[in-house]
Design a protein around this ligand. Structure first.
Ligand code: AHR
Length: 307
């Protein structure tokens, strides 16, 4: 048989270890930082060599990173697509090179599902629905109108598209609820604050803020306070993610509810990576379990929050 040597196997260059190329979105939010840490720690634990790239929220950077990973002949590529569309070409390149791809956290919009092996992450539509369900319950038996402003995540991203759609779907049937302004705050504190300042100027009556993530909510809270209003009271605040800072803000009465989105995907990702590299079959979709935390549950939950 063939002599075992450096050229005898796909993984020979790394001494038999699996090499993963991971193209991260950026470092836009507390959620993202926790996600990156989880992936890095899990790779170390699993003995997987990680090539990590930060795309700074730009699709072109992610595409470049994926092409570099293909050239480097990594064993598996995992990435969290910054936006949903425009991936077919580069994913086809990975497929032609025989490198399996795992979508992590965010999905892509493609008709060709053979371009990736599996998706690991959250049901963002469900998160949006949970936000809407909290709102309709909170305003049961109250008179309208209820004026809502919405801070959307990164334009074109799966979490922004889906959280918007899920929420809209739930409130649609009830004429009291009106989204009076909706704009992207790019999932960051700075932009969340800036856009909220603009909302506060342009809208006379704001009852509710729905922010697609905690960082934008926390930025917006500063804007609300600077305008002399009380976040959580004068303007109800609904947010998504569940980072520690948001739980602290809930205990201070400044956020009314947080819909959880779990960033700690590292261990599951490494398990899936080992399986796809070994040619084993994996489920088409692996979803994370998540909860909803209203303000009165925040103090009890805070000590055990892991991100
Ligand atoms: O894709 C997940 C989203 O990305 C998180 O909710 C947000 O905080 C992050 O930037």
């Amino acid at each position: 048989g063939p002599a075992p040597g450096p050229a005898s196997g796909a993984k020979a260059g790394s001494g038999g270890r699996i090499t993963m190329g991971f193209a991260q979105v950026g470092a836009e939010s507390g959620w993202r930082t926790a996600n990156t840490k989880s992936v890095q720690e899990a790779a170390k634990k699993a003995g997987i060599e990680l090539k990590f790239s930060d795309a700074q929220q730009k699709q072109e950077n992610q595409i470049k990173a994926i092409r570099t990973f293909i050239q480097q002949k990594v064993d598996v590529i995992a990435f969290s697509p910054v936006v949903e569309s425009g991936w077919d070409t580069v994913l086809k390149e990975a497929k032609d090179a025989g490198i399996p791809v795992i979508l992590t956290d965010r999905a892509v919009d493609t008709k060709d599902t053979s371009l990736y092996k599996t998706f690991l992450g959250s049901d963002f539509v469900k998160e949006g629905r949970s936000a809407g369900e909290w709102l309709t319950a909170a305003y049961a038996n109250q008179q309208g109108p209820v004026n809502i402003v919405e801070l959307q995540g990164t334009t074109g991203s799966a979490p922004a598209n889906d959280r918007k759609a899920g929420f809209a779907d739930v409130i649609r049937g009830d004429g009291r609820f009106r989204i009076v302004a909706s704009q992207s705050g790019e999932f960051t504190r700075a932009k969340g604050k800036e856009v909220m300042q603009a909302f506060l100027k342009s809208q006379k009556d704001i009852d509710v803020l729905y922010a697609h993530n905690d960082d934008m909510a926390l930025g917006a809270i500063q804007a609300i306070e600077e305008s002399g209003r009380k976040p959580g009271t004068d303007i109800k605040v609904i947010s998504v993610d569940g980072i520690k800072d948001a739980f602290v803000a809930m205990t201070e009465g400044k956020i009314n509810v947080v819909v959880e989105c779990n960033p700690l995907l590292g261990d599951q990702l490494m398990d899936l990576a080992k399986k796809v590299v070994a040619g084993e079959s994996v489920p088409a979709r692996v979803e994370t379990q998540e909860g909803v935390f209203p303000q009165d549950k925040a103090a009890a939950a805070l000590p055990s929050r892991k991100y």
